[in-house]
Write a protein that binds this ligand. Structure first.
Ligand SMILES: [Zn+2]
Length: 439
């Protein structure tokens, strides 16, 4: 059956950023027409009058496994935050707590119009994240965290190089292409201080066999940068490049501390950089030079990172923060709303290698869409639609969400997850987890 999204302001994020008043026609998984459309027969009609119809938001760096830690790890610098809070909590995870965490994160993100995630898990129990992604209807690329060394890593997270590679390989084989092709695998060496050179090199080789992504953290915090220099004699971006992490299938989260000559190399090699402005503020890491990186041709995307360092998984907050912080960092004319919106849509899709399928509203692409009200008191009375979406709208304005042509959120209600049950289960699992972690 066809679905017609009728009478909205269609913000396409296509090559020329076309905006038009009209309809979007969806058949099965695919957008078949944009403008004035005629369905083939009986069609489901979604009334989009007073709304923007836009590509679903892409978050290219999140940790679904950490959503349960929301409110448990505040006001600490990065390395202490990891060693005193996040790692002990991750070490206390089991399948039930990881599953509850992922479901809560997916409910939050999808109700807010996020349709695609790049996710980094914890070391163990990652099947529970993959399973939750499949059931929720989201599009996701995800992988377990890999950690074969490092100071202060609890026993529950430590793994041998061989075991880390074996478990990643097992997960990749089990889940790659699941959910009718919505699920992909991203190999995830956590960061350079928690990974040996053989682990990273072998990971790059194995990921390349299937064209999987390699997803890691880099150049996040000044103190971390010093620790990396002490341990390895160079910056992490340089070390990662030497070990093979570069090019269009490599995704580096943060890059707040990146020097411009390093940025030029990343641009030339096509390495992806994910800007996580809220997490960078909350952990006191600094403000990434996003507009300058953009000007140099670095492929950028946005992400909320984790609930313990944000504390939301809300793409709208990241969008707004990215646009506003650029004014402070590089001048008030930089990263205008129209440019910022592309970071959260088509550029995010490109970062994940999915831009031929998603990220813009064009005939032939998969129907990953968000319908967003433009008639709230905080958004009226009008003006430029990019400005309204980036500076005035928020996740509460999202009413309907489609992923792969499936209506996963309808009238602000998740169609696949029972959100009341998800919240109750998360509360229960968070309590048990905290008791096990004994911080
Ligand atoms: Zn992260």
């Amino acid at each position: 059956m066809d679905t017609v999204i009728r009478g909205g302001t269609v913000v396409t994020c296509d090559g020329t950023d076309r905006v038009l008043d009209g309809d979007v026609l969806v058949r099965d998984r695919t957008i078949v027409a944009v403008g004035r459309v005629t369905p083939a027969g009986v069609a489901r009609v979604i009334d989009a009058r007073g709304c923007a119809v836009m590509p679903g938001l892409v978050q290219a760096h999140v940790h679904l496994c950490q959503v349960l830690f929301r409110g448990m790890a505040d006001d600490l610098p990065l390395l202490e935050w990891l060693r005193r809070r996040v790692w002990p909590l991750e070490a206390a995870h089991d399948e039930a707590s990881v599953g509850a965490s992922a479901e809560l994160g997916l409910a939050e993100a999808m109700l807010g119009g996020t349709t695609t995630l790049l996710d980094m898990g914890t070391v163990r129990a990652h099947d529970a994240v993959m399973d939750a992604c499949v059931r929720s209807g989201v599009r996701a690329v995800s992988g377990k965290a890999m950690m074969d060394r490092g100071d202060g890593v609890p026993a529950g997270l430590r793994e041998s190089t061989r075991a880390s590679l074996r478990e990643s390989e097992r997960l990749a084989t089990a889940w790659r292409g699941a959910g009718d092709g919505r699920i992909g695998y991203a190999w995830a060496p956590r960061f350079v201080l928690s990974c040996s050179e053989p682990l990273v090199r072998e990971t790059v080789d194995r990921a390349a066999v299937h064209g999987d992504l390699v997803h890691t953290h880099a150049a996040e915090h000044p103190a971390e940068r010093e620790a990396v220099r002490q341990a390895l004699g160079d910056d992490d971006v340089a070390v990662l490049r030497r070990w093979g992490v570069s090019g269009p299938r490599a995704i580096l989260a943060h890059c707040v501390q990146l020097e411009l000559d390093e940025a030029r190399l990343l641009a030339r090699e096509g390495t992806r950089v994910v800007h996580c402005p809220s997490a960078n503020l909350k952990l006191g890491s600094g403000i990434a030079r996003v507009a300058e990186l953009d000007g140099l041709g670095v492929q950028l995307a946005l992400g909320a990172d984790g609930a313990p360092c944000n504390n939301n998984l809300d793409a709208w907050v990241e969008l707004r923060h990215a646009a506003l912080l650029a004014k402070v960092r590089t001048g008030v004319t930089t990263l205008p709303a129209r440019r910022a919106l592309r970071l959260a849509t088509i550029d995010g899709a490109r970062a994940l290698g999915l831009d031929a399928q998603i990220g813009s509203i064009e005939a032939g692409k998969r129907a990953d869409l968000a319908v967003v009200r433009l008639d709230g008191a905080h958004v009226e009375p009008g003006g430029d639609v990019f400005s309204r979406l980036v500076y005035a709208c928020s996740s509460r304005d999202v009413v309907h969400v489609l992923v792969d042509g499936q209506l996963v959120v309808r009238d602000r209600e998740h169609q696949r997850l029972d959100v009341e049950r998800v919240k109750a289960r998360a509360r229960d699992q968070a309590k048990k987890l905290l008791a096990r972690a004994a911080l």
